[in-house]
Design a protein around this ligand. Structure first.
Ligand code: SME
Length: 150
């Protein structure tokens, strides 16, 4: 499944006629439509010079959490740790920001441009414990591609 999606990600990234925002939205749509346990797919980016994340393109239920301070929630922790964060069970996390009661698990992968953590891709799933290392490798691939157009 991931191997089939990779060329489609590359194709979206290289569409020079679309804005970066549009291309990121298309990537969210591609992942949400093709991976059944990816129920909410979105990008957060560092908000200028502020120590906070700002919501970028996403697919799924609207969220109130359009700004997340560094350190808060899974996303805010990844902003400071620079490391992948896989959460098999969100209820077992103390520092977690709930967006929807249907969400059971989450994966957040940081996005680096020239070695700097500038944002992340965030996936929420309504399935408990669905993420494997294959998801991590695939989402790292997506972020590397996205980094090339930022
Ligand atoms: N659950 C995230 C907040 C973002 S929403 O999932 C869209 C967190 O704990 O950082």
């Amino acid at each position: 499944m991931f191997e089939k999606l990779k060329p489609q990600v590359t194709e979206i990234i290289t569409q020079k006629s679309s804005s970066v925002e549009e291309r990121l939205l298309q990537i969210c749509q591609l992942l949400n439509a093709n991976i059944d346990y990816y129920d909410w797919v979105g990008f957060y980016f560092k908000n200028g010079d502020k120590p906070e994340l700002k919501l970028g393109p996403y697919v799924g239920e609207p969220t109130d959490h359009t700004i997340i301070p560094f350190g808060k929630g899974i996303c805010g922790q990844v902003a400071v740790s620079n490391e992948n964060f896989v959460v098999p069970d969100v209820q077992a996390q103390d520092n977690y920001i709930a967006c929807s009661i249907t969400v059971k698990s989450e994966i957040v992968i940081p996005l680096f441009v020239n070695g700097e953590n500038v944002g992340q891709i965030d996936i929420d799933s309504n399935t408990p414990d669905p993420f494997t290392e294959a998801d991590e490798r695939f989402l790292e691939f997506v972020n590397e591609k996205v980094a090339g157009i930022l």
